[in-house]
Design a protein around this ligand. Structure first.
Ligand code: G6P
Length: 369
């Protein structure tokens, strides 16, 4: 096992560090930057279905569901296709409206999750076209789907999902870009610019990973907090949910993710000088609004850990700590902002002496409902 961990103390840390390469592997053969092309057989062979779809329904569980939420924002923004995201466990039992004009995208690292599989079967029965996004090659879901795309993240051993999440987002981003182009929703020059930027993401993930020592110090300060709040907006709202899930899963600290603007409708009541609040505040989209959310936390003496764009000034002045990530195009920021949140929960769990790779009560793949 020590050999499999490749010199890392835990599989989770190894897998966090594998992300630059995992994302490159996900691109391989699909993103041809010089030619300005995306090639994905699973999409290209069924392009009419995608172009004529009334809407896309995404079903998944756990971390994969969070990747689905990020995809919803990206698909709607770039390709202008209506998207709904649902927990597979809810979808399968609620008599949903779905038919042959819909596409169901099922996201699953293991490709074995029972609820996700049941959702697929139901959607197929109702005539929908089912597309699988799986990591494990040859898995049940990848075989059951009409078509699909593998994430190519390599084996993920840690129960808390890390590289599967970022590669799911990568695949879904490629799909969104391909559909946006084929639907004529983005210009050729933007398409090229996006491919070039996506190509630079693995290097930027490496840069984000270089904050590890700084993050470890922040973890030491907050490891004994009983609660933690995670806030983000837009593309980074699902990242806040995922950050909170990571902390819960491996450190057993109660954590909640919220859209930053919803804070005033409840979570703000929780804020006092004991409460660490992780705020994703990259200098994009809703930056000013997030800064004003940070001011609201500060005026209630909450402890602020800001995830910011390199060179940020405003959040620096307000927050107790900042963790920088490289600048990128707004819809690609989740691929970078996720990294410090993974490392923060990892270090907290290690400091608390928890079993990081195999947290209590959790399983890597849940094959029962
Ligand atoms: C379990 C795992 C999670 C995972 C979820 C969905 O709860 O512990 O890490 O996100 O299942 O798994 P899947 O394999 O379908 O992505």
């Amino acid at each position: 096992e020590q050999i499999e961990k490749g010199g890392y103390e835990h599989f989770m840390l190894k897998e966090i560090y594998e992300q630059p390469q995992a994302i490159r592997d996900t691109f391989r053969g699909r993103m041809l930057v010089d030619q300005g092309l995306i090639k994905m057989a699973g999409i290209d062979d069924h392009i009419d279905k995608f172009l004529n779809a009334r809407r896309i329904l995404i079903v998944a569980c756990g971390t994969s569901w969070h990747a689905g939420l990020v995809a919803e924002y990206i698909f709607e923004d770039l390709a202008r296709i209506p998207v709904e995201v649902e927990y597979a466990s809810e979808f399968r039992y609620r008599n949903p409206v779905i038919d042959k004009d819909d596409i169901l995208i099922a996201i699953s690292q293991s490709g074995e999750t029972a609820d996700t599989m049941a959702a697929i079967k139901m959607a197929k029965d109702k005539g929908a076209f089912v597309f699988g996004v799986c990591n494990v090659v040859g898995s049940s879901i990848s075989r059951e789907a009409h078509a699909g795309a593998y994430t190519h993240a390599g084996p993920e051993i840690g129960v808390a999902s890390t590289k599967a999440f970022t590669t799911q987002i990568t695949v879904l981003t490629l799909i969104a870009l391909q559909l946006a182009k084929k639907k004529g929703k983005i210009s050729t020059s933007d398409f090229h610019r996006y491919l070039q930027e996506l190509d630079a993401i693995p290097e930027k993930v490496e840069k984000a990973l270089s904050s590890n020592d700084h993050i470890e110090k922040i973890a030491a300060i907050y490891k004994d907090a009983p609660n933690c709040l995670y806030l983000g907006r837009g593309f980074n709202f699902p990242v806040a949910l995922e950050g909170a899930l990571k902390l819960k899963e491996i450190s057993y600290i109660h954590a909640e993710g919220y859209p930053a603007a919803e804070m005033k409708h409840g979570p703000i009541a929780l804020i006092d000088e004991q409460m660490p609040v992780v705020v994703i505040a990259t200098r994009k989209g809703h930056y000013e609004k997030v800064v004003s959310n940070i001011q609201e936390i500060k005026s209630r003496s909450g402890k602020i850990i800001g995830i910011v764009t390199e060179g940020d000034v405003d959040v620096h002045d307000l927050a107790d700590h900042v963790i920088e990530v490289p600048d990128t195009i707004e819809f690609m920021t989740p691929l970078l902002t996720t990294i410090p949140l993974q490392l923060l929960s990892y270090h907290i769990a290690v400091m608390l002496g928890k079993n990081v790779d195999q947290p209590r009560n959790l399983a890597k793949s849940v094959t029962v409902e």
